[in-house]
Design a binder for this molecule. Sequence first.
Ligand code: PLP
Length: 390
Amino acid sequence: MADHLMHNYAPLPVTFVRGEGAWLWDADDRRYLDALSGVAVCGLGHAHPAIAGAVAEQARTLVHTSNWYHIAKQETLAAKLTTIAGMDNAFFCNSGAEANEAAIKLARLHGRQKQIDTPTIVVMDGSFHGRTMATLTATGNPKVQAGFEPLLPGFVHVPYNDVDAIEQLAAEGNDIVAIMVEPITGEGGIRIPADDYLPQLRRLCDAHDWLLIADEIQTGMGRTGQWFAFQHSDIQPDVMTLAKGLGNGVPIGACLARGRAAGLFQPGQHGSTYGGNPLVCAAALAVLETIEHEHLAARAGWLGQHMLNRLHESLAQTPGVIECRGKGLMLAVELDRPCGELMQQALERGLLINVTAGNVVRLLPPLILSDEEAEQIINGVSELIKGFLA
Ligand code: PLP
């Protein structure tokens, strides 16, 4: 059957048929502990009753009408999201890449308003922003771009966590209109910048009238211990993008804006047929309520810190381990060699993990993880890595 799928994925040899909480089951009823959450998507775990209930009820009531009409749940969701994010308004779409496309279009409109004909967005080496032409151009990974040239004009890459490089660009007086940044890189290997990195970017944006765009698609929705990772610093972005954990698996993305950025789109300048329909908004509203009522962001913060401490204890002295790092439930163990095969080895032991950037074991477990499950993940991952490096 897979013969009829394009060959853009290389799936591991397993098919899951159901899930519950942090667990997935295959067709032979073998269970797997999920330390990946569908790549930071199912933050509330699988088959969460609140989400399942909200989706089922909405499916029985009204799935889709289009954005030609008001959508009450979309307006409620926008109000709640903007309140917790300190933003002014929201546009809803279906994925992270689309959320970033909206952000890029806002940046270009901002440039046009300033009479800049070739608006340029500063983006980071090692970043990941998506697979559409604009977002793969923004992405700082040549592997994602290879074969798809010509890339789009209007992006300039600088090293991550390097404020001087941007200062230099500003001094050269080119047509910069925005900085787009992941507060912690996800696909790029869970790289955590200096504490003053985002504040410095904010300062530069204020000084030059640029927009600060935070890509919170992987870091958002409580995963790092705050609703959004920028909230660890004392700053506000002008634009923020979300997807992944916002719908817990129901496809929804969002681009939130503030201040001048919130007034840039005029009717007809952007849109999406499905974006923010009643079904996905019902799911996202249930996600927000659940994270809030169950205090899951705070839980992600302290459980993640505990898991990181445990990773340090068990792996920091192991030859071949370069670093254990993380924030909340975004955890990484960087090895001194490529280790892609660990995903298959973990699968064989009933554990789902990921390897990113070639040599970084990445853990993105659900926020509802129990203490025992957290311990199981740490023990499993430590054994696996020690065996691999031995
Ligand atoms: N931005 C970041 C930081 C991501 O991690 C991802 C996906 O991994 C994306 C954007 C793209 O999101 P999507 O795959 O939903 O288009």
